[in-house]
Write a protein that binds this ligand. Structure first.
Ligand code: SF4
Ligand code: SF4
Length: 456
């Protein structure tokens, strides 16, 4: 060892202050998203992204997720506006072999983009705000459903919607039911809007099922309440057939359209209401059941990823999709044996959000238990509408291109009716093929209970 390398006696350890080298930035500056650094750039997510498949300008989930966050961490890059082109189908989540939380990263990035880079005076902002807050606008239309349906069906309304707001004029607005699901429920005697009122309502309802050992709280979401009320009614009748006491807690939108549009503050407010009300129902002995696969996805995955209200995890752990619940807790297929329905030929599309929950095969298995029913799975492609995505003028063509594979398979299936569990997939299936579309629960209702004839 040379002299130069010898330690000198001048340096007394402990005499001078220890100055650690800053290897990581300060904790508050760090991106602590779990799994953000697990990406090893295999591009599997990109090859599974339906938007990237048909839109060459969309950089894909790998860029939207890990790469964008790396850029941001390096020099506080603005979030790229292409994040608004992600449809939030969440297919990339299940495609990633490294469990990178892609959709969580997209949701956070979108919220940051809207907050910091999107003008609050722009048409895009107000259009997105309207689309994602359907729950706020629907009660007005539902008060005058005939007038609303007439006005929204006019071609001049669609033309104005496209020119003024940027809502795709080629789409048909969904019809509002003449009686909302909650009005129907109240007339039936179950006007349960909170835990206490639910208890009172149960006591009042002599004719309805009361069963403290088998109790569910139905999260009907916006669409089953204002539009396809027959889905909510089918759920009630099917669960009552199995002896369940049904509660209908107070609830807000699940937040799905808000996540997709970067309206995270709106989503947080809605989630806070839902977690509070659904936690009370769980305390009351109920499991939470959704008929829409995007609603169950939101309560199960997006809430715990993005929020930490008291009860969030509890709600996530106790939430089920309706058919999934019946298959786990009841002998659904056994009960269906020997039953029959009028409509027997179905073309089934599994929504992306049902795939994400591992539920994509269940409807086909359940249908095969009903005598004479022929159901054909129309493949694993995305329908292309993805909630509010396909309603935007600038996304309409892409949305229809994504849906082409499903439309072709539906036409080849030569069925009489389309079948799915997602309300917006249902709109796209009908729009692209002209098929009448039903929810799986409606077929179960027809097989197990029979369909009640009444005004929608
Ligand atoms: S699939 Fe996962 S690991 Fe592969 S590139 Fe995408 S995020 Fe990275
Ligand atoms: S959520 Fe869907 S559209 Fe968005 S990046 Fe992932 S796969 Fe693509």
């Amino acid at each position: 060892m040379s002299d130069a390398e010898q330690p000198t006696d001048d340096h007394v350890p402990g005499d001078d202050e220890f100055e650690p080298i800053q290897v990581f930035p300060e904790a508050e500056e760090m991106d602590l998203r779990p799994g953000a650094d697990n990406c090893y750039k295999c591009s599997t997510c990109d090859t599974n992204c339906p938007v990237a498949e048909v839109d060459d300008e969309f950089p894909g989930p790998k860029f939207q997720g890990p790469e964008q966050w790396r850029l941001k961490r390096q020099d506080d890059h603005d979030i790229d506006d292409s994040v608004m082109k992600c449809s939030n189908c969440m297919r990339c989540d299940s495609a990633c072999p490294s469990e990178v939380p892609l959709s969580q990263m997209h949701n956070t990035a979108r919220a940051e983009y809207v907050e910091e880079n999107m003008s609050k005076f722009s048409r895009e902002y107000w259009r997105n705000r309207m689309l994602s807050n359907y729950r706020q606008l629907a009660p007005l239309a539902a008060t005058f459903p005939r007038t609303a349906n007439f006005v929204m069906g006019l071609s001049v309304t669609k033309w104005m919607g496209e020119k003024v707001l940027g809502i795709a004029g080629d789409r048909d607005f969904p019809e509002f039911a003449k009686t909302t699901f909650r009005e129907w429920w109240a007339k039936r005697g179950g006007n349960a809007t909170s835990r206490e009122r639910a208890q009172e309502a149960r006591a009042e309802r002599g004719a309805e099922v009361q069963n403290e050992d088998k109790r569910i709280a139905y999260f009907h979401g916006c669409y089953s309440n204002y539009n396809t009320t027959e889905v909510g009614k089918a759920l009630v009748r099917v669960f009552e057939h199995f002896g369940y006491e049904v509660m209908i807690p107070e609830q807000a939108c699940s937040g799905t359209p808000m996540f997709a549009n970067g309206m995270l503050d709106d989503a947080r407010r809605a989630a806070e209401t839902n977690v509070r009300e659904l936690s009370a129902a769980i305390e009351d002995g109920a499991d939470i059941i959704a008929s829409c696969t995007s609603c169950s996805m939101s309560l199960r995955q997006e809430y715990p990823e993005l929020f930490d209200f008291d009860g969030t995890e509890d709600v996530a752990e106790n939430t089920w999709e309706a058919v999934e619940y019946l298959r786990v807790h009841e002998d659904l297929e056994g009960e269906l044996e020997g039953t029959q329905v009028d409509d027997t030929n179905f073309a089934y599309h599994a929504p992306c959000h049902s795939r994400n929950q591992g539920l994509d095969g269940q409807t086909m298995e359940v249908m095969s238990a009903i005598d004479g029913v022929e159901a054909e799975d129309v493949g694993d492609s995305c329908s292309g509408i993805s909630g509010t995505y396909g309603w935007k003028e600038e996304n309409y063509e892409t949305s229809m291109k994504i849906g082409e594979e499903m439309f072709d398979h539906m036409e080849d299936a030569e069925a009489t009716t389309g079948l799915t569990e997602c309300p917006t997939c249902s709109m796209q299936m009908e729009h692209g093929t002209g098929y009448e579309i039903q929810h799986t629960l409606q077929v179960l209702e027809a097989a197990l209970v029979g369909t009640e004839l009444e005004e929608a």
